[in-house]
Design a protein around this ligand. Structure first.
Ligand SMILES: Nc1ncnc2c1ncn2[C@@H]1O[C@H](COP(=O)(O)OP(=O)(O)OP(=O)(O)O)[C@@H](O)[C@H]1O
Ligand SMILES: [Mg+2]
Length: 341
């Protein structure tokens, strides 16, 4: 691997990525018995590599338990990886000294699924938004003004809502507070982990539109995690599909919706209720048991549920193959030699 993957990636794409990961891995030990010995390993994230360009929204999609949240936590170094690296803005996050790490954490902010759990029930929402500013040494009056302005921007009039407590707000309003809180330190990147999954459909649309508007205004870059393909397709420029801790396919949102290559991506799109009648394909749903990242299958992890599995799929995990510009798929059906010219 090149010592500076940012430079290497720039050579390929023209713009240096804002965020990139190389070979990121996290296996959690499962302990049991009287001696609390390690009985199995949960391969939550296994050799994950991707780039996110400045201004881009990368959607990450996959079934529950495939490692999406662990990946977000690895990026923020809330969880230490077993292997691999994360580069942000040209810097190796793993090597950052504590002072620098504090700065990187300002520039990368996380928004969670549960808008209530991440808010302190004892703080008014104005205080909640101003809190990080105070911690970073901003004066009281300035912090309050900035918090109020941001609350207004996310659709919560500070005169009406500023002194309310989280329990006095709806789920959608609380998520607006969390978004304001994530933005108060002017980050470059937002990691959004299922930010609208707990909300009603109509409220989802409002919050998604708010996020789109903020992204343009503030020149933000998003990593947007969701298990909902309709949401992912709506917000993403590029989409990364995960299966049991691994990346099976990456491509533009259009390429994946119109011509998904990996049998898992095909099954995902076929099983998602689509608004578009032209896209309602007659494909078999995913066969077999739901995935379990404890001791996953050898070789390709999807092979046990795949209608096209071949003997070699059980041997070595298929490496990603580029099937079109910015469209990579990790599947032996698309080996360079077998792709028709
Ligand atoms: N701290 C931990 N210790 C042990 N196992 C963990 C830990 N955190 C996550 N896991 C396991 O790692 C796997 C991936 O979990 P993760 O939360 O990243 O999945 P996810 O894709 O975000 O799922 P969901 O869509 O349900 O949020 C799961 O099997 C989970 O049980
Ligand atoms: Mg999750």
């Amino acid at each position: 691997m090149s010592p500076t993957p940012g430079l290497e990636a720039r050579g390929r794409t023209g713009t240096a990525p804002l965020l990139l990961t190389r070979g990121l891995r996290k296996h959690f030990p499962l302990r049991g018995g009287v001696l609390q010995r390690v009985q199995a390993w949960v391969r939550a994230v296994d050799d994950v590599t991707f780039d996110v360009k400045p201004g881009e929204t990368l959607g990450i999609v996959g079934e529950s338990g495939c490692g999406k949240s662990t990946l977000a936590r690895l990026i923020l170094r809330l969880v230490e990886p077993d292997a691999g690296s994360v580069w942000f803005d040209g810097e190796d996050v793993r090597r950052a000294l504590p002072g620098r790490m504090k700065r990187l954490r300002r520039d990368m902010q996380l928004v969670f699924q549960d808008p209530y759990a991440s808010l302190n029930p004892r703080l008014t929402i104005e205080a909640a938004v101003a809190f990080s500013l105070l911690v970073h040494g901003v004066g009281r009056a300035e912090a309050r003004d900035k918090a109020r302005a941001l609350l207004g921007r996310v659709g919560l009039d500070p005169r009406l809502y500023g002194r309310r407590y989280p329990h006095e707000l709806s789920g959608g309003q609380r998520q607006r507070v969390n978004i304001a809180r994530a933005l108060v330190l002017d980050p470059k990147l937002l990691l959004l982990d299922e930010p609208v999954s707990a909300l009603d459909k109509s409220v989802q649309a409002q919050v998604l539109n708010l996020l789109q508007g903020l992204k343009t205004e503030r020149a933000l870059t998003y990593v947007f995690i969701s298990h909902d393909l309709n949401v992912i397709e709506y917000v993403s420029d590029r989409v990364l599909v995960m299966y049991l801790g691994q990346v099976v396919e990456t491509g533009t949102a259009e390429a994946l919706a119109e011509a998904p290559k990996h049998p898992y991506t095909q099954a995902l799109f076929a099983s998602a209720p689509s608004m578009d009648p032209d896209r309602r394909m007659e494909r078999p749903p995913i066969a077999g048991d739901p995935p379990n990242p404890i001791d996953p299958p050898s070789g390709c992890r999807f092979r046990t549920r795949c209608a096209f599995a071949m003997p070699k799929c059980a041997e070595v995990p298929p490496p990603p193959v580029t099937v079109a510009p910015s469209h990579d798929v990790a599947c032996y059906l698309y080996e360079p030699a077998t792709v028709p010219a």
